[in-house]
Design a protein around this ligand. Structure first.
Ligand SMILES: Cc1cc2nc3c(=O)[nH]c(=O)nc-3n(C[C@H](O)[C@H](O)[C@H](O)COP(=O)(O)OP(=O)(O)OC[C@H]3O[C@@H](n4cnc5c(N)ncnc54)[C@H](O)[C@@H]3O)c2cc1C
Length: 404
């Protein structure tokens, strides 16, 4: 029996490859059911992958791109799309190039996937918490259960964000005990702290800032952001979160600017502001002429120097502010609410087949490896591609092992 531990997208993909290769597979998970984080991802529409060219796609993985490339070139975004369609999910490409199931949720895909895996003979053992390797070679320890013997193991235990969904990072101790080096866990795709005034926080926490552009250190990210009680989060923020997180760690803060009307050049904004009707209040003028929502208009006030907090009256200065609202980010949200995790098993510990060099026969896949990527479908693509690679790696290893 091959033990796959972790019933998230990486583990299920490894199980699928192994079962298709004729192996007997049991998927263990300590939760009562499979794919809880995948289902949570479905609440946001389930961004499965991205349609941009593969060379561009691979750059999204930053310093880990070189190690992930062979797995993603073998299991490309097109492969993932074909795989999902094969499970009866019709897909569409959004205006940003992101790929979603038409159902905009994960449950139909997960249901079909689990049915197919079961039909291929994969067994599931839920409520099994992995607690490391047993004293005897090839045995696995699960909380409160006798040791389990396996011919090979795929660990796909996830990162450490949203621990209530199952991936709590507890596995790190069990690998560290066996000498495996891990990079510390850090939040990735996370929100950031801003010291809002009480008035702004109370009135606008939970309000989206639609179609904005965030700028930091020469990088631009377009999309939506969300004002929260603690600061700011959302797609436009996550895309730059890796660099911003590192800058805050180094300097205690990061200065970013928010462009509230990224499609309008500053000169056009100035002209429009000059033409505002004198009898209108400035807020009304901004709402009518520039379609700025109350949250955006109040953000202009919020970032003006006190007292009193007010927007510049000069059209040129106001246009410049609308194009670059300054925000001071002073902390990042913890792992508990981050979309994903940076850190994990470092690449030097893993061979080209995704096997742990120190533990022959033990393969690793998914978010537990030391890589990070922005939202946009890169996370699920990375998890499924490494799950497939670990599955294929295990098949070749077993073949070599058995013929030796
Ligand atoms: C709110 C949210 C929205 C997201 N949206 C998207 C999106 O739209 N697109 C995208 O690409 N990505 C998205 N992601 C990220 C994506 O869901 C994850 O990257 C992906 O699920 C990680 O897959 P994995 O298989 O590596 O780990 P996981 O899905 O975390 O699965 C790991 C499994 O291991 C089990 N496990 C952990 N420890 C043990 C143990 N000791 N014993 C037994 N079992 C254990 C867990 O219970 C879990 O089932 C989102 C994440 C969140 C939180």
């Amino acid at each position: 029996m091959i033990a796959v531990i972790g019933a998230g997208p990486a583990g299920l993909m490894a199980a699928e490859i192994l079962a298709s290769g004729g192996r007997s597979v049991t998927v263990f998970d300590h939760m009562p059911s499979a794919g809880r984080k995948l289902l949570m991802a479905g609440r946001g529409g389930l961004n499965l992958t991205h349609s941009e060219p593969l060379e561009v796609f691979l750059t999204r993985y930053g310093s880990a791109a070189g190690r992930l490339a062979p797995a993603i070139q073998a299991f490309t975004p097109d492969t993932l799309r074909g795989w999902a369609e094969d499970l009866g999910q019709s897909l569409f490409v959004g205006s940003s190039g992101r790929v979603f199931p038409t159902a905009m949720k994960a449950s139909p895909l997960l249901r079909a996937w689990l049915l197919r895996l079961t039909a291929r003979g994969v067994r599931f053992a839920f409520r099994h918490r992995w607690e490391g390797f047993g004293a005897d070679k090839g045995t696995l320890s699960f909380a409160g259960l006798p040791p389990v013997v396996a011919e090979g193991v795929v660990l796909a235990l996830g990162g450490a964000s949203w621990p209530r969904l199952g991936s709590d990072g507890g596995w790190a101790t069990h690998l560290a005990e066996r000498g495996v080096t891990l990079a510390p866990f850090e939040p990735a795709n996370c929100g950031f702290t801003i010291g809002w005034t009480e008035m702004f926080r109370q009135r606008f926490a939970g309000t989206p800032l639609k179609s904005v552009a965030l700028r930091w250190d020469g990088h631009v990210s377009r999309g939506d952001a969300m004002v929260t009680a603690y600061g700011i989060e959302g797609g436009a923020v996550y895309a730059l979160s890796r660099g911003i997180r590192d800058e805050i760690a180094a300097h205690g803060e990061a200065r970013v600017t928010l462009d509230l009307r990224p499609d309008l050049p500053e000169a056009v904004l100035t002209t429009k502001l000059r033409a505002l009707r004198p009898r209108d209040s400035l807020s009304n003028g901004l709402r009518r002429t520039l379609s700025l929502a109350p949250v955006a208009i109040n953000l202009l006030r919020e970032t003006a120097a006190p007292p009193p907090r007010d927007m510049p009256r000069d059209s040129g200065a106001l246009a410049a502010l609308i194009k670059a609202v300054p925000l001071r980010l002073t902390g990042c949200q913890g792992l508990g609410r981050a979309i994903s995790t940076a850190g994990g098993v470092i690449w030097d510990e893993v061979d080209e087949q995704f096997m742990l060099r120190r533990l022959p026969g033990v393969f690793v896949a998914g978010e537990m490896l030391d890589w990070e990527a922005p939202t946009g479908g890169y996370l699920l693509q990375g998890c499924m591609a490494t799950g497939a690679a670990a599955g294929h790696g295990m098949l070749s290893w077993l073949k070599r092992f058995e013929s030796a």
